[in-house]
Ligand binder design. Structure first.
Ligand code: SAM
Ligand code: SF4
Length: 333
């Protein structure tokens, strides 16, 4: 059977779901959460595995084929691997990815490989254990590094995500690009967004994608722009002769909205059709009110057909007219 194709009201195909499976985390990254953490949702407010499987199945029937499990930290959820085993079996889901800080992941790498995981995005903002401790406010660098080695050994495609922060990890940019010399991995530098649970860290964004690119180009003058995969949020580059590549994600500047193919479901079961909206449909409420798949499908379709054209419009439409400051941990970055 030909898979269905889902479009939004701006003619953009939607085929990619980012599913935040928890708001809890074992780290306290500077750019994501305040040092004291965030107020976690009560367990009963989080979606259960059964509820997530039902939502993914409905969306798969509508045209979603790629799922990324994210959070919070997915692996703090004890039933995560059961969820992974079930999602890979859902008809229509052809690619399952995970974004993780890697601290609790090593013991699951072999099984993830066997289950056919498409790729893992690992958050690694620095190559220095001391700087990692100061950014994540936990001393767990060695575990993330070990997970990275296992992913490479098991030939699971890896992308490293590094949020670029003034006075925190600028000295890591060049050594991280050096990792792509002999390894076919992608190292992505992300503009810092104000989703940190406490508001903007700076009066204005200093490390824009343009500044990051200029900085990289001065160290690697021969770096070349390479073709970006379809619907990617990153601009891709490669140093000639290096095995891996470099991505820069203009997450704050929002230059990629025109080809955005993704929707999000937050840890409490809200649908977001844009990272910058405040949630456009409470799917958990529909499920817990006993609504049928058909009713839920209708509500989802309605939300897809009322999608903001870009992150600027979505931010302006926030009813609470509060500045964007919720933690990325509840949204699923
Ligand atoms: N805990 C997992 C991890 O860290 O990979 C998954 C969840 S985390 C919220 C997903 C991604 O969001 C990470 O790659 C992280 O770097 C990114 N992120 C979190 N807060 C951010 C912010 N304020 N600006 C830009 N990226 C952010
Ligand atoms: Fe946790 Fe990921 Fe947020 Fe860091 S970025 S605090 S690892 S959810």
């Amino acid at each position: 059977m030909t898979p269905p194709i889902l479009f939004d009201n701006h003619g953009r195909p939607l085929n990619y779901l980012r599913l935040a499976v928890t708001d809890r985390c074992n780290l306290r990254c500077f750019y994501c959460m305040p040092e004291g953490g965030i107020r976690y949702l009560k367990k009963a407010e989080l979606l259960s595995n059964e509820e997530m499987v039902r939502i993914v199945s409905i969306l798969a029937g509508m045209g979603i084929s790629k799922v990324r499990i994210t959070g919070g930290e997915p692996f703090v959820r004890h039933d995560l691997m059961q969820l992974v085993r079930t999602i890979v079996e859902i008809d229509g889901i052809t690619n399952l990815h995970i974004t993780s800080n890697g601290v609790l992941m090593a013991q699951h790498v072999k099984e993830l490989k066997a289950l056919g995981i498409a790729s893992v995005n690992l958050s690694l903002d620095t190559l220095d254990a001391g700087r990692s401790k100061s950014i994540t406010r936990r001393d767990e660098f060695a575990k993330t590094w070990h997970t990275l080695q296992l992913l490479i050994e098991n030939k699971i495609p890896v992308k490293l995500n590094a949020v670029v922060m003034e006075d925190k990890n600028i000295e890591d940019i060049i050594p991280m690009i050096e990792l792509t010399r002999n390894q076919n991995i992608s190292v992505r530098f992300i503009e810092e967004m104000p989703f940190n649970g406490e508001g903007s860290h700076y009066p204005r964004l200093n490390w824009t994608y343009k500044k990051i690119l200029d900085y990289i180009s001065s160290a690697f003058p021969t770096i070349e722009k390479i073709t970006d995969p379809q619907n990617t949020t990153a601009y891709h580059y490669q140093v000639p002769g290096f095995k891996g590549n470099v991505g820069i994600i203009a997450a704050f500047s929002r230059t990629f909205c025109g080809s955005c193919n993704r929707i999000r479901i937050t840890a409490q079961g809200n649908l977001k059709t844009c990272l910058y909206d405040e949630g456009v449909l409470d799917i958990k409420r529909l499920i817990r009110a006993g609504k049928s798949d058909e009713v839920i499908k209708g509500e989802l379709l309605n939300a897809f057909l009322n999608r903001s054209v870009d992150g600027i419009e979505a931010e302006a439409a926030r009813k609470k007219s509060l500045p964007v400051m919720e933690s990325m941990s509840t949204i699923g970055g």
